[in-house]
Design a protein around this ligand. Structure first.
Ligand code: GN1
Ligand code: MG
Length: 362
């Protein structure tokens, strides 16, 4: 076992004897390790190094996460929900300071959470699990509607479409690695839709669209399921922050309703699945209807097109920057991601009327 990692784990107030530490999962941002304990009655843990390039303000980040997890835990307790330790993440404090949820080692912040037992993550969904996911994310927003503290923006302007477009235009002007000429047709196509895709920011400024506490990374694999396909809880809480609800609704569909993975280079595989759209939308509206305004509801189809568009803009920004943000496994990996998300955007746009009709029926 890696003695350096073991020493980090030992700083946290864990139970049991560490028997194994090994890599876990495939997150693109943070590095995660599974920490196993020998005793049957001690939990296993997940150790995570926080990527400070992405999350520079670790105090704000862990403050948000603490507020969110304790608020949800309290709600679940009030409702008498069984098995609470599998229904919300538990972060382990340091032995020497029970108020601190992370430690800094050689400049890197590390945190430890209880690993949820007998649970699985999924990389793909079917209509049944999408409906469950819609309910779970709507429920997550509903439970946080009355959180008594103001959460910080862990990534400033994270899902702000106006900002993402400015960021793209800035790097196009600089063209730091000479990739702009090659992608000019893609740039032109994306910019042609800039006005219609920045509708949310305009409505926000006009006071017609509220910000609520959102998860902001509602991918299929950011949820734990039990072995009967029931959603246990929502994980990966780094991006929980105030945003338009479209973040959670649209970003889920971006991954779940795509016929293929976001980096599949074969564009004939890409397409927007209306069966997943209908299932997820049904589940989401069922648990979110108590707080959704008519404008939010009406704009759900816009949100379904917004997130493939935004992700295409973000991947293109990173490609033109020289692949600094997302891990790439080969030279044109980011460009394949851009093309894929643009194809998904086109496919979602073609379904917009059908989406609107379905939302109106719900
Ligand atoms: C990042 O780390 P991961 O895979 O959960 C990104 C998301 C993107 C996603 C695209 C903080 O999420 O916004 O949609 O990659 N998270 C951050 O794969 O930028
Ligand atoms: Mg993740």
């Amino acid at each position: 076992m890696d003695a350096h990692l073991k020493a980090i784990v030992d700083q946290f107030a864990t139970r049991g004897t560490v028997s194994e530490i090994r890599p876990l999962g495939e997150g693109l941002i943070n590095d995660t390790l599974l920490v196993r304990t020998a005793e049957a009655d001690a939990p296993d843990y997940a150790l995570q190094r926080i990527n400070t390039n992405v999350f520079p303000d670790v105090d704000m980040l862990m403050g948000n996460i603490h507020a969110v997890t304790t608020h949800i835990r309290k709600k679940l307790e009030e409702r008498g929900t069984p098995d609470i330790d599998r229904r919300v993440l538990t972060f382990v404090p340091l032995r020497e300071d029970a108020q601190k949820l992370y430690t800094t080692v050689d400049g890197d912040p590390w945190r430890l959470m209880v690993f949820i037992a007998n649970a699985v993550t999924k990389q793909a969904v079917n209509p049944e699990s999408s409906e469950a996911a819609g309910r779970a994310f709507g429920e997550f927003q509903a439970m946080l509607a009355d959180i008594p503290v103001q959460l910080g923006e862990t990534i400033k302007d994270f899902h702000n479409m106006e900002f993402r477009l400015q960021q793209l235009q800035e790097v196009i002007r600089q063209d730091p690695v000479g990739r702009v000429a090659k992608v000019q047709p893609i740039i032109d196509e994306l910019l042609a839709h800039a006005d219609e895709m920045t509708l949310a920011e305009r409505l926000g400024r006009e006071g017609k669209l509220p910000k609520r506490i959102c998860h902001c990374d509602t991918k299929v694999n950011n949820m734990m399921f039990d072995h009967d396909d029931n959603v246990l809880c929502v994980i990966d809480l780094d991006t929980v922050m105030p945003n338009f609800i479209f973040s959670d609704y649209g970003d889920f569909l971006r991954t779940a309703a795509n016929l293929t993975a976001e980096d599949d280079p074969d564009l004939s595989h890409v397409g927007f699945r209306m069966d997943i759209f209908r299932a997820f939308t049904r589940g989401y509206i069922a648990s979110a209807k108590a707080f959704l305004t008519p404008t939010e509801r009406e704009l759900l189809p816009y949100a379904a097109t917004l997130f493939p568009y935004m992700q295409a803009v973000r991947f293109l920004w990173d490609y033109i920057s020289g692949d600094k943000y997302w891990k790439c496994r080969y030279e044109e990996h980011n460009l394949d991601r851009v093309r894929n998300q643009l194809a998904l955007y086109r496919s979602a746009c073609a379904c917009k009327d059908e989406m609107a009709a379905f939302v109106a029926e719900c």
